[in-house]
Write a protein that binds this ligand. Structure first.
Ligand code: ADP
Ligand code: MG
Length: 239
């Protein structure tokens, strides 16, 4: 479903992602871990067309990310950000915000589909008439997920999707994401600094440091501590 080959991303003189490669199978959940500034978010942003200056090759469900229009790519891959406060507009209703991508893409019946999406993510359809400030953090993140699903994507890129939330709410959102992956056959790439989250959510993961891949592991290797690299062992020990 995803193939990233020799991706390098530079911002001026600094290299944010240095020759990184990985693949993700259809229906798989793949984790990206590593210290702050190691290039994880830059990889996700590049995959959805938010960075211009990169080299390498990115193929998403058979589409070349370099030549596919961003609007077409958005029907296949959507991103969910860490901060559910920042990602929703304070002055628009929940319904307007979930329906917006459907309107832009001229999908039929955005209003009816908004109600369905709210039910899918575990909120009453009447939530569409509310404003973001009337929702809790967890409810807002559910809404951000509903909006990301509005164009029926095959892939969700989740950038620290629960790290802004209380611990009790984190588990609810992770379980929601697991259910959605199963029910909708989605493919996930999840960035998290929390190895417990990655161990719970992902079949495989890649450890990054200073823009480079340190190693790629299976969940079993992570859980058993069977790590080849000293930095990965340090990271696991620290968490
Ligand atoms: P992570 O998500 O692993 O914390 P990022 O991908 O956000 O790391 O950042 C990787 C590096 O790229 C950092 O040094 C960061 O400062 C830099 N960087 C990220 N985005 C930009 C940008 N738009 N302009 C300049 N530098 C950036
Ligand atoms: Mg980041």
């Amino acid at each position: 479903m995803i193939s990233v080959d020799n991706l390098t991303v530079r911002f001026g003189p600094s290299t944010a992602v240095d020759d990184v490669s990985f693949t993700v199978a259809e229906g798989e959940s793949f984790g990206l871990v590593g210290e702050s500034g190691s290039g994880k978010s830059t990889i996700l942003r590049t995959m959805v067309g938010l960075n211009r200056h990169w080299t390498g090759k990115i193929t998403i469900n058979g589409q070349d990310a370099r030549t596919t229009r961003q609007r077409d790519l958005a029907r296949t891959v959507q991103m969910v950000f860490q901060d559910p406060y920042g990602s929703l507009h304070p002055r628009y209703t929940i319904g307007q915000q979930i329906a917006e991508p459907m309107r832009i893409n001229k999908l039929p019946d955005p209003f009816g589909r908004t109600g369905e999406l709210l039910e899918l993510i575990g909120l009453d359809p009447s939530f569409q008439f509310r404003f973001p400030h009337e929702l809790s953090g967890g409810q807002r993140q559910r809404v951000a997920i509903a909006r990301a699903l509005s164009l029926n994507p095959r892939i969700l890129l989740l950038d620290e999707p629960t790290s802004a939330l209380d611990v009790s709410i984190q588990a609810e959102i992770l379980n929601l994401l697991n259910r959605l992956r199963r029910e909708l056959g989605l493919t996930f790439v999840i960035v998290s600094h929390d190895l417990a989250v990655v161990s719970y959510m992902c079949e495989r993961l890649m450890v990054m440091r200073n823009a480079k891949t340190v190693e790629t592991l299976t969940r079993e290797q992570l859980r058993s501590g069977d790590l080849a690299d000293a930095y990965s062992r340090e990271l696991v020990a620290a968490s």
